[in-house]
Write a protein that binds this ligand. Structure first.
Ligand code: AVJ
Length: 320
C-alpha cells in the first residue's frame, strides 16, 4: 500500500488509536482479502446469529421495502461479499437500475460485484473502493436511492463516530432517498459471548489477521504468540470489546508510523467494538442526526432489527 492522500487519513487515525488508552488498531485493518474471507466463514458459524436473523427480516419485509422506497439506486456501505444483498436486489427488482457496493476490501468488492452482475443482468453494478467513514462523498446514481448499511457494521463505530457518520449520511440523502440499517440488539451475555468466541477459532483467526495486515502494511512486528485472543462483554457501554491481550511485557515496532508500542503483561490491544442496541436509544440517535425512523422490523426471536429511515423534513437535527 502506497501512502497516498487516501491512506494518509487512515495512517493518522491508526497512529492516534495505537497511542490511545487502551491501545487500539482500527477495525478497518480486519478487512484485507484474507480477513474478508474469514468474515465470510464467521457468517456461517451457528453461534453467529446476526446474518441469519437479518436475512429473515429482509425476506419478510421485501414487498414493503419495495413499496416504501421505489429505489432506482441501491448504495450498499461496507458491502463485503454482500451475503444479504440479494434479498434487497430481489425486493427492489421492479424499480432498481443500479447497485453501488462500497467497501474497503478491493478483492471482496470485485468478487461480489462480478457475482451480482452475473446474477442480476438488468442491474448496472458500479463498485466503489473506500472507507465509509472517510470517503463518503456525494451519493451516486439517480434517486430515489436506498442506502443500506447491513450486518450491524454500524456497531463498530463509537457513539461519537456513529453520530458524525449518521449526520453526514443524513446530509447526503435527498427527500426521496431512504436509509436501511441493520442493528444487532442487546440480549443475553452468554449468547453475545458465544457469537464472538467460536470453538473452531475462526473469529480468533479473523481478529489476529489484523496483526498480519498491520505487519505487512505498516511494517510492524506484532508477534502472534505474544498475545491471547480476548473478547469481552462491556456491560457499561453495552458493546463487545474484541481484541488481544499481551501475554508478557514487550515492545512492538510499527515502523511506518514511527512508533514503538510498549505492552505490559496483561495489557490489551482492542481491534473492534461491536455495539448492541436498544430501540429507544437508537431511534433517538437517528433523530439527533437529522433522520426520521419510519419502520423498526425485528426477527421473530427479537435478536436483530432492520430500520428504515428518511432525512428529517424540518432542519438538520432535532435538539432533544
Ligand atoms: C462485520 C462488524 C458486523 O461486529 O459482529 C464478527 C465483525 N467481529 N465477529 C461484528 C465481527 C467478530 C462484525 N461486523
Amino acid at each position: 500500500m502506497l501512502e497516498t492522500a487516501a491512506t494518509h487519513g487512515l495512517f493518522e487515525a491508526t497512529r492516534r488509536s495505537l497511542q490511545a488508552v487502551p491501545n487500539e488498531l482500527p477495525a478497518v485493518w480486519l478487512y484485507d482479502a484474507r480477513g474478508s474471507r474469514l468474515y465470510d466463514e464467521i457468517t456461517r458459524l451457528p453461534d453467529y446469529y446476526l446474518p441469519g436473523r437479518e436475512a429473515e427480516i429482509l425476506q419478510a419485509r421485501s414487498s414493503l421495502l419495495s413499496r416504501r422506497t421505489r429505489a432506482r439506486t441501491l448504495v450498499e456501505l461496507g458491502s463485503g461479499s454482500a451475503p444479504n444483498t440479494r434479498y434487497l436486489l430481489d425486493a427492489l427488482g421492479g424499480t432498481l437500475e443500479r447497485y453501488v457496493p462500497f467497501d474497503v476490501s478491493e478483492q471482496a468488492l470485485h468478487d461480489s460485484a462480478a457475482t451480482i452482475a452475473a446474477a442480476y443482468p438488468a442491474v448496472s453494478v458500479e463498485p466503489v473502493v473506500g472507507d465509509f467513514e472517510r470517503d463518503l462523498g456525494a451519493l451516486p446514481g439517480a434517486g430515489p436511492r436506498l442506502v443500506a448499511f447491513l450486518g450491524s457494521t454500524i456497531g463498530n463505530l463509537y457513539p461519537a463516530q456513529r453520530a458524525a457518520f449518521l449526520s453526514a449520511l443524513a446530509h447526503e440523502l435527498g427527500d426521496d432517498d431512504a436509509l436501511l440499517l441493520g442493528v444487532d440488539l442487546l440480549k443475553d451475555v452468554d449468547r453475545l459471548e458465544a457469537a464472538y468466541d467460536d470453538p473452531s477459532g475462526v473469529t480468533e483467526a479473523f481478529v489476529r489477521n489484523a496483526l498480519r495486515a498491520a505487519n505487512r502494511e505498516l511494517d510492524a512486528s506484532f508477534e502472534q504468540e505474544r498475545f491471547d485472543y480476548d473478547p469481552l462483554w462491556d456491560p457499561v457501554n453495552e458493546w463487545m470489546d474484541v481484541g488481544l491481550r499481551a501475554r508478557e511485557s514487550h515492545a512492538v515496532p510499527v515502523r511506518r508510523l514511527g512508533l514503538e508500542l510498549e505492552f505490559a503483561a496483561g495489557e490489551r490491544l482492542r481491534v473492534e467494538i461491536s455495539a448492541k442496541f436498544r430501540r429507544e436509544a437508537f431511534e433517538l440517535e437517528l433523530e439527533r442526526a437529522g433522520l426520521t425512523p419510519e419502520s423498526w422490523w425485528t426477527d421473530a426471536a427479537g435478536d436483530f432489527a432492520v430500520v428504515l429511515a428518511h432525512r428529517s423534513r424540518n432542519g438538520r437535527s432535532s435538539h432533544v
